[in-house]
Write a protein that binds this ligand. Structure first.
Ligand SMILES: C[S@@+](CC[C@H](N)C(=O)[O-])C[C@H]1O[C@@H](n2cnc3c(N)ncnc32)[C@H](O)[C@@H]1O
Length: 260
């Protein structure tokens, strides 16, 4: 039996970065291709609300973009800034709530790729988030927003597990949905992370709540923010040559929103 810690993965940025880091290349390539294809302006400055460890931010900085981000979690922000500094960039991540922020200067594009938006548990904060993002974009600027939808014509996937390794560190992850209340629009998920280092093995047990979105609920929310228009939709295959038509069976979507 592994020693077990009840905690949040977001408080362990090194493990977070490994667990959710492996897809970075596909996401990065997709972001760059989507900026080129859909932005109504040249894209040089970027912002990531809920940036976490900044696994995409520092790579975008290396690719020549001016990047900044925010996150509610101080440890994630510190990890993100330390890494930016290590790579010779300014520590531009800051602690803030993604439903209540402003930027000193508007940016060309923003992104939020893997469900972080669903941490906002009510209509007020999710709408406020979209308005904050819209306000920090230049005209023609983009917001790439990736999230899981609740399909209404098929049974949603309830469990995922995967393994990730970097050097001597290995983390085996299992994530499953324990309750989905579509009336209250909240999904409870349990996650276990089995962490193995050369000297230690232990488990982190985490519980996360997400707001649920059917296709219709997501579209209705976006429509409330007049200055953002949907210009394309993709799925988590991150293929910019393969836009998707979102329907009631769609489980994951990246909305490409453009500031009018
Ligand atoms: C799934 S992680 C994504 C991190 C990063 N965007 C990435 O792609 O790796 C979700 C992040 O959302 C942050 N978060 C949750 N609620 C937030 C809020 N209200 N404002 C800002 N960040 C928030 C968490 O601290 C966590 O770092």
């Amino acid at each position: 039996m592994l020693e077990t810690i009840q905690g949040h993965l977001y408080d362990f940025p090194r493990y977070y970065d490994l667990v959710f880091g492996s897809d970075w290349k596909a996401e990065l390539d997709f972001l760059l291709a989507a900026f080129a294809k859909h932005a109504g302006r040249p894209v040089k400055s970027l912002f990531e609300p809920a940036c976490g460890t900044g696994r995409l931010m520092f790579r975008l900085a290396k690719a020549g973009y001016r990047v900044a981000g925010l996150d509610l979690n101080e440890r994630a922000v510190k990890y993100c800034n330390d890494r930016l500094l290590r790579h010779g960039f300014r520590p531009t991540a800051f602690v803030a709530d993604m439903s209540d922020f402003t930027l000193p200067r508007p940016v060309d594009a923003a992104f939020n790729m893997i469900n972080s938006f669903r941490h906002l548990l009510d209509q007020k904060s999710s709408q406020a988030h979209l308005r904050c993002v819209a306000d920090c974009l230049k005209p023609g600027g983009l917001y790439l927003l990736g999230l899981h939808l609740t399909p209404t014509t098929t049974q949603p996937l309830d469990e995922e597990s995967w393994s990730a390794q970097r050097g001597n560190l290995c983390v085996n992850t299992r994530l499953w949905s324990t309750e989905r209340n579509l009336k209250q629009r909240v999904e409870h998920c349990r996650m276990t992370f089995d962490v193995f280092t050369p000297t230690r093995g232990f488990r982190i047990e985490d519980t996360v709540r997400f707001r649920t979105y059917t296709r219709r609920q997501a579209l209705e929310l976006i429509r409330r923010v007049e200055s953002l228009e949907i210009v394309a939709t993709y799925d988590f295959a991150y293929d910019v040559d393969a836009p998707i038509q979102v329907d009631d069976a769609t489980e994951d979507v990246v909305f490409v929103l453009r500031k009018t």
